[in-house]
Design a protein around this ligand. Structure first.
Ligand code: ADP
Length: 492
């Protein structure tokens, strides 16, 4: 059994707290992986102070040197890929294939950010004055707080830690309560890669205490958060009052639009992957299928048939297609939304309950669930469920499909299935999401491509890709006058 420790000032320290929670395998609740001590506010404050003290030296370390450390972390992630994938599956429940995919994404992100360390460039700018010029440099903020969720407990920390380090910030990292094993391993990897002491600090604890403590600490200049909209918006408000920078990646209610001329096999399989892959616990999961009436019966029949064929089980088994909900709380949330869907009058065509047989009753497994004849006003059409639940909304034509698809407070990702180039380009133009996919699932992304959403999904700069370092740097503008003389008059 693991007893997880905090990592502060280069040392692994046991919290003095007497509050603990257990880390449980969601595929089999009898498998207790470890015990997490929920750290105290004092410990969180100390982590921030240590990061503050470490900042000056780290900032003055040349960016390519910082990048080399991140590159070493990429190599270590690669060397330890299988071990981390196994830990991830046991702790979070996703299938081993999904875990390996998440590890590969993390490696790619670390590699990409390491390369960016040699491109942390500014620009030179012509002046209106003779013998003058201006230039810009990118500088780190200082201490940044990274607050992460449980659904991608390796990739999300890596895609925040790597750019934060490359930019020259020091870090206090607070992972989700339910995924401490992966958080500890990620930090161990950066430690082994050579991150100097005090530069990266890990503090385990409750969001409402530790998360709030670090996000509101005066020395924390920027907060990068991934999680629920409720908490993200709250942090945004709190940080605004002291001018701290905020980046939030929050909820989604991602639609696929299925047109009459679609490749039906592709549309069904991609929707199933998007809706039930990772047990629907991705912010990019497909949760609404907006389908043209004339083909809706066929689509519904086939997606239900596919949902019923999903092989549920322990993610560690190679044949498993879908794992459990991450914990009891999430399991109960999903079941509650299924009840709400029924009460609101949607037609539940399959799933809807705790899966049984082959030991599934020992884990938080919910049968893949499809609701038909969902209307935009229903709560299951509007609220993020984060489980294997798909809502089908029937529409008469493309114009109505766009109104329905955009009828959401969220705007992360979307997809359309059609062979008509006119509709594809109209869709790209009109859909209100930060990312969109054509004839492919709503999920997925690449390390060197920006990631993020609009509306209530995203606040601040995009993560990853060409924009990965934007949030972690401030731009300084420098005016250089090399006339050696007092300036005549005033330009303006
Ligand atoms: P999820 O539903 O994905 O768990 P949350 O928004 O509750 O989303 O949690 C995401 C992260 O935010 C977790 O690390 C959690 O501990 C942290 N968190 C939760 N509440 C707060 C809070 N009030 N302030 C700061 N962080 C919080």
């Amino acid at each position: 059994m693991n007893n997880y420790r905090n990592y502060i000032n280069g040392e692994w320290l046991e919290s003095v707290s007497d509050k603990t929670i257990q880390n449980i395998n969601p595929a089999n609740v009898k498998d207790v992986i470890g015990t997490v001590k929920l750290s105290t506010r004092e410990e969180a404050k100390r982590a921030v102070e240590i990061a503050y003290d470490a900042f000056r030296d780290w900032k003055n370390t040349p960016a390519p040197t910082r990048g080399r450390i991140v590159m070493r972390a990429a190599r270590l992630l690669e060397d330890n890929k299988e071990e981390l994938a196994q830990i991830l599956t046991r702790e979070e429940g996703k299938t081993i294939g999904e875990s390996r995919g998440e590890l590969q994404r993390s490696i790619n992100v670390a590699e990409f950010c390491a390369g960016e360390a040699r491109r942390l460039n500014g620009e030179t700018i012509q002046s209106e004055l003779p013998a003058n010029f201006a230039y810009t440099i990118k500088q780190p903020h200082g201490v940044v707080a990274l607050i992460t969720p449980w659904n991608f407990p390796v990739a999300i920390p890596v895609w925040k830690i790597a750019p934060a380090l490359v930019a020259g910030n020091t870090i206090v990292f607070k992972p989700a309560e339910s995924t401490p094993s992966t958080a500890v391993r990620v930090v161990e990897i950066f430690e082994e890669a050579g991150v100097p002491k005090g530069v990266l600090n890990l503090i385990l604890g409750a969001g409402a205490e530790i998360g709030e403590e670090i996000a509101n600490h005066a020395a924390v200049k920027a907060v990068s958060f991934t999680g629920s909209t409720e908490i993200g918006v709250k942090l945004y408000g709190q940080c605004a009052s002291r001018g701290a920078k905020v980046q939030c990646e929050m909820g989604g209610k991602n639609p696929v639009v299925v047109m009459e001329d679609c490749d039906m096999d592709l549309a069904v399989e991609s929707t199933a992957q998007g809706a039930f892959g990772s047990t629907g616990q991705r912010c990019t999961a497909t949760s609404r299928a907006v389908v043209i009436d004339r083909i809706a019966d066929e689509f519904v029949e086939r997606i239900v048939e596919r949902a019923k064929r999903m092989r549920l089980g322990d993610g560690a088994l190679p044949e498993t297609e879908m794992g459990p909900s991450v914990d009891e709380k999430q399991f109960n949330t999903v079941l509650r939304y299924i009840d709400i869907g029924r009460e609101d009058g949607a037609e539940m065509l399959c799933g809807g309950k705790h899966a049984e047989g082959n030991g599934l009753e020992n884990g938080y497994f919910i049968e893949p669930t499809v609701f038909d004849r969902v209307t935009p006003d229903m709560r299951i059409a509007q609220e993020e469920i984060f489980g294997p639940v798909l809502s089908v909304l029937r529409v008469k034509d493309f114009d109505e499909a766009m109104v329905v698809a955009n009828d959401s407070q969220y705007g992360l990702t979307s997809s359309i299935f059609t062979g008509d180039p006119n509709l594809i380009f109209r869709f790209v133009q009109e859909i209100e999401t930060g990312m969109t996919h054509i004839n492919s699932p709503t999920t997925g992304g690449e390390a060197h491509i920006p990631f993020g959403g609009i509306k209530m999904t995203g606040i601040g700069e995009r993560e990853q890709g060409s924009t990965a370092l934007d949030f972690y740097t401030e731009l300084k503008v420098v005016y250089v006058d090399y006339t050696g003389r007092k300036r005549e008059g005033n330009l303006y």
